[in-house]
Design a protein around this ligand. Structure first.
Ligand code: FPP
Length: 232
């Protein structure tokens, strides 16, 4: 069976995992970063082409300063420690979101990792950072208005395909499967446009406990779905 081409994941439950284990929230995020490795390994095994991970939303800036700073450091360290492995495994790193909101050091590390992994052809791993689905749509509308104003786009030509070309995700297909951990039944401002026909899979497992076997189970479940795209 052909695997889903694109899997998106809302990695939820790091805080609860830490609490359950009597640890600080940041320890939960650290274990969450480890779980990311299982996700990309699982995608490589299954032959998935794109993996998008919701790593930090624009709303997450509202968390306590110490947690935000810890998450940023963790991200920088994760990239520093794992870029060589990404290169070796043929994984190309990409990002979506308001990247310029991130601390300079994180931005620099991101650019370095993106450049070093640019030749990866087995899997594209897209990190959503300082990301908001609504803001992405607003940014797309701004970009469309600019093109109209400059006379490069006739508003009558605006359709689904043209609109998609103005989103951060214009280089990637829409996700076939969305996985959310920790049992919450919400989209949480993630890929609002792109998830229109995506199959949803929610597992009660908390993200730090998610392993590549769980990814395979989600894919197996996906194969049982009958995707109709509004038709019969
Ligand atoms: C949600 O758990 C998770 C986040 C807000 C951050 C996700 C970050 C990671 C998985 C680690 C770093 C990522 C990479 C790519 C290295 P929560 O804190 O909302 O959990 P809770 O709902 O149980 O409190």
């Amino acid at each position: 069976m052909t695997p889903p081409k694109h899997i998106a994941i809302i990695m939820d439950g790091n805080g609860r995992w830490a609490k359950n284990n009597g640890l600080q929230r940041l320890r939960g995020h650290e274990q969450g970063a480890e779980a990311v490795r299982g996700a990309f390994d699982g995608c490589l095994e299954a032959g998935v082409d794109f993996l998008t991970l919701y790593a930090f939303s624009t709303e997450n800036w509202k968390r306590p300063k110490l947690e935000v700073a810890g998450l940023m450091k963790l991200l920088e360290r994760f990239l520093k420690n794992n870029t060589a492995e990404l290169v070796e495994k043929g994984i190309r790193l990409q990002v979506i979101g308001r990247i310029t909101d991130l601390p300079n050091k994180v931005q620099e590390q991101l650019h370095e990792s993106i450049e070093r992994t640019a030749g990866g052809t087995r899997l594209t791993m897209i990190l959503a950072l300082s990301y908001s689905g609504r803001l992405e749509i607003i940014d797309a509308v701004r970009s469309i208005l600019r093109e109209v104003k400059e006379g490069h786009l006739d508003p009558a030509m605006l359709d689904d395909t043209v609109f998609s070309k103005h989103l951060y995700t214009r280089y990637y297909p829409d996700p076939d499967l969305l996985i959310r951990t920790s049992g919450e039944m919400r989209i949480s401002n993630f890929l609002l446009w792109q998830l229109s026909y995506t199959e949803l899979y929610v597992t009660p497992k908390l993200w730090p406990d998610f392993r590549k076997e769980d990814l395979h189970a989600a894919i197996e479940d996906f194969h049982k779905r009958h995707r109709r795209y509004g038709g019969l």
